[in-house]
Write a new protein. Structure first.
Length: 91
């Protein structure tokens, strides 16, 4: 899990373009909803994904790596995990 300090988290929350709340959903729904949300965004925008599925930590990291998006942080928050993903620039 990628962890950042509190100051970086405040900055990330300040520039989030969209939040996708998939709490309570299990694989593969968090990945599918993340993919759909990123498709609606432009390159360089920041997506925040809220999950409760423990597998999403690994799944979203692999998804970002395989699709060219940048996973910036995964933060354990109150009862869920917040994942911060920057959409890749289109070629």
């Amino acid at each position: 899990m990628l962890v950042v300090d509190a100051a970086v988290l405040v900055v990330l929350d300040g520039i989030v373009a969209h939040t996708e709340d998939v709490r309570g959903m299990n694989c593969p729904l968090p990945i599918l909803r993340t993919k759909k949300a990123l498709a609606k965004m432009t390159g360089g925008q920041l997506l925040k994904v809220l999950t409760t599925d423990k597998a999403a930590v690994t799944d979203l990291a692999l998804f970002a790596q395989q699709t060219g998006h940048a996973l910036k942080a995964q933060i354990q928050e109150d009862g869920h995990i917040a994942h911060y993903i920057v959409r890749r620039e289109d070629q």
